[in-house]
Design a protein around this ligand. Structure first.
Ligand SMILES: Cc1cc2nc3c(=O)[nH]c(=O)nc-3n(C[C@H](O)[C@H](O)[C@H](O)COP(=O)(O)OP(=O)(O)OC[C@H]3O[C@@H](n4cnc5c(N)ncnc54)[C@H](O)[C@@H]3O)c2cc1C
Length: 446
């Protein structure tokens, strides 16, 4: 029987980061990673395969970080964990013993219980190269593409598929607006305007009731009785934690059905940790269960799990929810709660907004409008949410906002924030939108 000090199951964002972190913290331990797939796609790059990047083969996580960090890895599927014996069994019939086990088994696409979703040209988004190659072939040969789900995955897919110019792409969204779970209405409307201007048809506030066709999907039926003709369907309505192994091993599950972990990423078994999409999460705001599943959260949790293997060094603060996306040259970014969500949770919210050019003077090359909206909790004056829209720099500026949220910065802290500026790179220090939005919130509260 093979034996290792640390065994990691999963080779994507969480598994890879846990392995590298474990190596940094425990240079003398033997680390083995088992993953199912020969080639691991960069999960967040998947929509870009269909436009900007061009193929699944150009969107791969390399094995070099594993090799450089002296992490052994095998391609195999783990079929069973025996927590008592501290062993796992694999599809190839191997038994591997471990001292510490990290579960990073990720998530699987959600499929609604609606008739017709099993048809051959209906594609959930599996993070799997052969599946994505097949999907790419289908996209190339399809004129009409229906994308079910107008969250950031659906929006990115439709914009990328539409880039080639020869497709008619339609997004079908259940809620009144695309991106509504993350952004407030004014940002959703801007995103929709942009997507429509680029040729994507948006059908929001529509419920899909069935996918019809003889073997192949040819129509998407909607609750209002209408139907959309299509040549293929992409389903991007979210993911569920892949917990089968953990459940069969008797590990406790959390309130959202993911693997229960404490703040140190330990599961209900002291020798087993879990991180990434498979692990249960709680929100930074109020500690309520969180269904957010992001690569950024997965890597952060993996840095905690990897460091804590043989002694607790780090604890999770909960999910803030930071991410960005782009439609053409315009980026959209969010950190923390939207105004809408915060109010629905009972927070008394003060908002501030600022917009202006991202360069000074505004005729500098690369100038574009940047909009920043900040949400503060009225009682503590602490930042609880940020939304941004503008040039691609907002993809990084949102990370500054996340740090401000995580460290409890208040309206005044941000209004007096010392930012670095440069005419060719940023907005003017006088009108710096992130700071001015806080100033505008100060006015709103007085
Ligand atoms: C299209 C798309 C776009 C996205 N864009 C973004 C983005 O822009 N930003 C962002 O932050 N997040 C994004 N996400 C979310 C992000 O992809 C996930 O949060 C991330 O992949 C989670 O990583 P993970 O390692 O936890 O799980 P996964 O990526 O799901 O990986 C799970 C791993 O476990 C392995 N595994 C599972 N079961 C077994 C087993 N029994 N034996 C061996 N191995 C096993 C799998 O082979 C795989 O290697 C996107 C997701 C999708 C689908």
């Amino acid at each position: 029987m093979k034996k290792t000090d640390v065994l990691i199951i999963g080779g994507s964002a969480a598994g890879l980061t846990a392995a590298i972190t474990a190596r940094r913290h425990y240079p003398d331990k033997k680390i083995l990673l088992i993953r199912k797939e020969q080639l691991v796609p960069i999960p967040c790059g998947i929509p870009y395969i269909f436009g900007t990047v061009g193929s699944p083969q150009k969107n791969l996580i390399p094995d070099t970080p594993l090799e450089k960090n002296n992490v052994d890895f095998v391609i195999d599927g783990v079929t069973e964990i025996d927590p008592e014996a501290r062993t796992v069994t694999t599809e190839s019939g191997e038994t591997v013993g471990y001292d510490k086990l990290v579960l990073a088994t990720g998530s699987l696409p959600m499929m609604p219980p609606i008739p017709g979703f099993e048809k051959e040209n209906v594609f959930p988004v599996y993070k799997d190269v052969p599946h994505l190659e097949h999907m790419q072939t289908m996209v190339s040969s399809s004129k009409r593409i229906a994308v079910i789900g107008g969250g950031f995955i659906g929006v990115e897919f439709s914009d990328e598929c539409n880039k080639e110019g020869s497709h008619e792409v339609t997004v079908l969204e259940l809620l009144p607006h695309c991106l509504q779970l993350a952004f407030d209405q004014e940002f959703c409307e801007e995103a929709e305007k942009l997507l429509s201007s680029r040729g994507v048809r948006i059908m929001a506030d529509r419920k899909v009731t069935a996918i019809e066709g003889n073997g192949r999907a040819t129509k998407v039926k909607l609750a209002d009785g209408s139907a959309l003709d299509t040549d293929m369907v992409v389903v991007g309505i979210g993911t569920t934690a892949n917990v089968e192994l953990a459940k069969n091993a008797g590990l406790r599950l959390g309130p959202t059905g993911s693997i229960w972990v404490n703040r140190t990423m330990r599961t209900s078994n002291e020798h087993i940790s879990a991180c990434g999409d498979c692990a249960e999460k709680f929100s930074f705001f109020g500690g309520i269960p969180s269904k957010l599943k992001l690569a950024s959260i997965a890597s952060s949790e993996a840095r905690i799990a990897g460091a804590n293997l043989f002694g607790i060094q780090r604890e999770s603060v909960g999910t803030i929810g930071v991410f960005s996306s782009a439609i053409g040259d315009t980026a959209f970014a969010v950190a923390g709660m939207s105004e809408n969500f915060a109010r629905s949770q009972g927070y008394d919210v003060i908002t501030g907004k600022a917009e202006g050019p991202n360069r000074h003077p505004g005729m500098m090359p690369g100038a574009a409008k940047q909009t920043v909206k900040l949400m503060f909790e009225k009682r503590t004056k602490k930042l609880i949410g940020t939304q941004m829209m503008g040039d691609w720099a907002v993809g990084e500026l949102i990370n500054v906002a996340s740090a401000c949220i995580q460290h409890g910065m208040t309206i005044d802290d941000i209004a007096c924030f010392q930012m670095g500026t440069h005419p060719a790179l940023t907005a003017s220090p006088v009108v710096y939108q992130f700071v001015n939005a806080a100033e505008s919130a100060l006015l709103a509260q007085s």
